[in-house]
Design a protein around this ligand. Structure first.
Ligand code: NM2
Length: 540
């Protein structure tokens, strides 16, 4: 390397935070994990309602924004780079990983056996909320969390013309030039910290699922060694990808993975319990709309069931942790779209994608339990969620094959998510990169290894559960940063709206690039189109 591109300040703050998380567990696994749990409990206790309000407020803000006059503002003077369909597919795959393959099938079972609102477990009432709650946790208000950072980031890049997709840049409206100083670095580190937590959660859920699959197929015993083996294999896989920058190959893999996932869903829809899937989904939509506010703000202060801490807060934390990462990616691929288009596309497209998964996979598993075909609840209680997931799949026609394909899709989802996160992290922790330049190879691999090592340490410390909920902790600073970004964006747009509209009208009346240049530039864009796996390459 000729030039040193490592941002030592960001790197050292990030490493310190990572050390704070992992060293106590390395030294004393039992005490370290207990400490992590303590932090977690105190966050859910003290900030729980904040998470709930934040999610609802963000959702309300986005709805208002989309339908206000500001919704018409176009982010960048060009035609959208991708067709709306591929744009939606990109947004979906960027934000959703192996998590949906885990919870999509089995989340209902938890709500059915431990329902909210003091309902009788295993009652008909509980059964109506069981498939609904998953749709809530993966629905429009959750997608609002994902969507919100994309707006200020896209505005900063395409309208303010700042050459950086960083979170700190999107806060400039309020923090001004401090974005270049320590404050900006802290904001970017919070982003990294969040992403590390979000990935930790994904790995902590995905690994046991894969382990169960290996146990089921090859009879290998489910031990810590197997879990570690899986994480290390994933690490080797994406270290090779990161080192050689195999973005094109990975994009292809990721595209085919999505097709395969959709094919499995279609297969199950047709050959599974179709009528039950449709009826239950329909019922759930009704239950969800009827109870949306109750679900959004449920804290159970007197009953103290801990339902919302265990579920809604866990989920909002997980969404918040990933949000800046997916927001940067959405901003990157949304040039030329209006604010309204960006918001509605993400809220509606993302939600429908998740709902389809929950409707098809979850209701199939639920049907098997209700019809006495698979004792899902028993398996869940005695052998754990991964075994219950696999048993549901196994019961399908061609179950053996579906199960293997399903696990393959989950493994690829997990690997591609970690891979793109490592790219992004190495990017944010670099400086002086020229436009289009990538962080050094070793540095990309370093971040990939670091990401997985954290999970390894926590697993070693018997902290799989702590790891699963790590994102609740790492989301906290991001909740505040989101509001900073919103404030910054509102300040910009209210001041600049008139001039943007004048500019937009001028552009529409003839200043747009001619057809010829447009065709050429669209071709170029196609070639340079960000590979899905480089999701958030930053040009800073
Ligand atoms: N979210 C969407 O593993 C994953 O699916 C990552 C999970 C935040 C619940 C995203």
């Amino acid at each position: 390397m000729k030039r040193n591109t490592i941002d030592k300040q960001i790197l050292s703050i990030a490493l310190t935070l990572v050390a704070l998380l992992t060293v106590p567990i390395l030294i004393n696994p039992a005490k370290g994990t207990a400490f992590l749990n303590k932090v977690l409990n105190s966050i859910t206790l003290n900030f729980g309602p904040l998470y709930l309000w934040a999610c609802l407020a963000i959702f309300g803000f986005l709805l208002w924004l989309a339908f206000s006059k500001y919704g018409k503002v176009k982010l960048g003077n060009s035609k959208p780079e991708f067709s709306t369909f591929s744009w939606l597919a990109l947004i979906f795959t960027a934000g959703i990983g192996s998590g949906i393959m885990y919870w999509g099938i089995i989340e209902w079972a938890y709500y059915y056996s431990s329902p909210p609102y003091g309902m009788e477990p295993l009652s008909v009432e509980a059964a109506s909320f069981a498939p609904t709650y998953g749709m809530f946790h993966w629905g429009f208000s959750a997608w609002a969390i994902y969507c919100v950072p994309s707006i200020p980031i896209a505005y900063a890049v395409y309208i303010k013309k700042y050459p950086s997709f960083r979170l700190s840049t999107a806060c400039r409206g309020i923090i001004g030039d401090r974005a270049d100083g320590l404050l900006g670095k802290i904001i970017d580190v919070c982003f990294m910290f969040g992403l590390i937590g979000g990935i930790g959660t994904s790995l902590a859920l995905g690994t046991p699922l894969l382990a169960e699959g290996i146990h089921h197929t090859f009879g290998v015993e489910k031990t810590l060694t197997l879990n570690l083996g899986i994480v290390v294999s994933l690490m080797i896989f994406f270290s090779i990808c990161l080192y050689f920058g195999l973005k094109k190959g990975l994009k292809l893999l990721s595209d085919w993975n999505l097709y395969l996932y959709v094919a499995i869903a279609v297969f199950i829809f047709i050959f599974g319990p179709t009528a039950f899937i449709i009826a239950s989904f329909t019922d759930s939509v009704g239950v969800l709309f009827q109870n949306f506010f109750r679900m959004s703000l449920y804290t159970d202060p007197v009953g103290k069931s801990g339902f919302s801490e265990a579920w809604t807060l866990f989920y909002w934390g997980w969404w918040f942790s990933y949000a800046p990462f997916t927001g940067m990616f959405a901003a990157r691929i949304s040039k030329g779209r209006t604010i309204k288009g960006l918001i509605l596309g993400q809220l509606i497209g993302g939600t429908l994608g998740c709902w389809l998964a929950f409707a098809i996979f979850g209701n199939t598993s639920m049907f098997y339990e209700m019809a006495g075909i698979v004792p899902v609840l028993d398996i869940l209680q005695n052998e754990g969620a991964p075994a219950a997931i696999l048993a549901s799949l196994q019961a399908l026609p061609l179950g053996g094959i579906i199960l293997i394909l399903y696990l393959l899709v989950a493994a690829i989802f997990l690997a591609t998510t970690v891979n793109s996160a490592a790219y992004t992290l190495s990017d944010v922790a670099s400086k002086n990169l020229q436009i289009g330049e990538e962080p050094a190879r070793w540095y990309r691999v370093f971040w990939g290894v670091l990401l997985t090592s954290i999970s390894i340490v926590l697993m070693y410390g018997d902290g799989l559960e702590a790891l699963q909920t790590l994102s609740i902790i790492t989301a906290l600073p991001l909740v505040f940063i989101m509001f900073l970004m919103i404030a910054s964006f509102v300040k910009w747009i209210t001041k600049e709206y008139e001039s943007i509209m004048v500019q937009q009208e001028n552009d529409a009346s003839g200043d747009l690039p001619t057809r010829e240049t447009e065709v050429v530039s669209q071709k170029q864009q196609k070639i340079e189109a960000p590979a899905i796996l480089s999701k958030t390459r930053l040009e800073n």
